[in-house]
Write a protein that binds this ligand. Sequence first.
Ligand SMILES: Cc1cc2nc3c(=O)[nH]c(=O)nc-3n(C[C@H](O)[C@H](O)[C@H](O)COP(=O)(O)OP(=O)(O)OC[C@H]3O[C@@H](n4cnc5c(N)ncnc54)[C@H](O)[C@@H]3O)c2cc1C
Length: 376
Amino acid sequence: MPQNLPAAVDVAIVGGGVAGLWILHRLKRRGMTAVLIERGPFGDGQTLYSQGILHRGPKYLLRPGGDGSFPDLLSRWNECLEGRGPDRGEPDLRAVRTLSPGPWLLSRSPLAADLANRFEAATELGLVRKADPAVPGTPVHARYRFQEPVLDMASLLAALAGPYAECCRVAADPSFDLDSGSEEEPVKVTVGGQVIKARWLVLAAGEGNEALLQRLGRRNPVMVKRPLKMVCIDGENLPPTWAHALDGEIAEGREGAHFTVTSHPQGSLPFFPPSPGAWWWYVGGDFSEANLPWSMEQIREFLQPILARNFPGVDLAGTRWHLMLVNRAEPLPSDGLRRLEPFVHVDGPVVTVWPLKLVLAPLVADRVVEVVEGGA
Ligand SMILES: Cc1cc2nc3c(=O)[nH]c(=O)nc-3n(C[C@H](O)[C@H](O)[C@H](O)COP(=O)(O)OP(=O)(O)OC[C@H]3O[C@@H](n4cnc5c(N)ncnc54)[C@H](O)[C@@H]3O)c2cc1C
């Protein structure tokens, strides 16, 4: 990263996860000047720790009362993944590794009638495909396959950051002044002794937004952290798999009804310690969101038999299990109802964003471009 950034820019962005980097890209392609300040590795909050699924909605049918309504951005992502993004001012994501065309839906018993109906409707919309047990490679308990590619996060972050390395700077502790005396450039950011004036300050620091807002003396928007207990499993012969699984026996207990397994290649994610196996399993779901006071051993005792019956033939006996604590960062909804939609809050020259899902980052970028270009 460069030592010196411009002394004045249109936009200063704090945070280089998927949201900040996508915003940087869009602004630069619109001809604006922008810098991005990151405190460490890109995406080292949520993006790097995400399961990488380009959700389109059907997963949310699995939630009690969930209607699956969710913005479908797959064609927009596909344009970027296939190299047609730059024609539309979007990033070129051809270098991003697609790990799977989409997770399976596994269920050992037939889906309840209402859920089956909803998956039929999702099939008609092309969001999922019915699993055909006669097709080689179809898992035993597969009912559907989500048409939602799973991406490798390290390669996504590298592809987003690569073209704009000269606009990015690593700085552990940037400071801000919002009253620099100039109407044109009301923001003053000091990074590593260098002062940068800007018209806009975009806070895209995920969980870090809370402390940044406090430092700026802003009470709003209010952030909430949603702690997750994710499980990383490594073993020499773990086959790669991507699946959401419904397990009736979990549904009867208090722990919730579904879990998600994604597989990540050895060396792709910094938090997986070196392992002799080629693939890691990364497991989350209702058990990880329930804030249970369980140790790794208790989680393993609970989860291993469930994984074993959903993935018959996979030997988990010699695998090593690791607990990964990670927070989702989201705005506190004023009415208490959590919404899976991108959040952009504008207060004077300060724009605060949380995409809620990595797949929604392009929508956050749209809104920021609109604000910066339209001035509101
Ligand atoms: C376990 C898990 C699984 C998920 N799976 C999926 C999924 O499959 N599909 C999906 O669509 N979404 C998923 N999500 C949600 C998705 O990961 C997030 O919505 C998205 O990555 C948020 O991106 P972001 O850029 O806002 O934040 P982050 O990725 O958290 O990036 C924020 C950046 O800001 C930096 N930063 C923080 N404070 C400062 C500071 N003071 N100064 C400078 N830099 C700072 C951090 O280092 C980081 O790089 C998952 C989330 C989690 C936690």
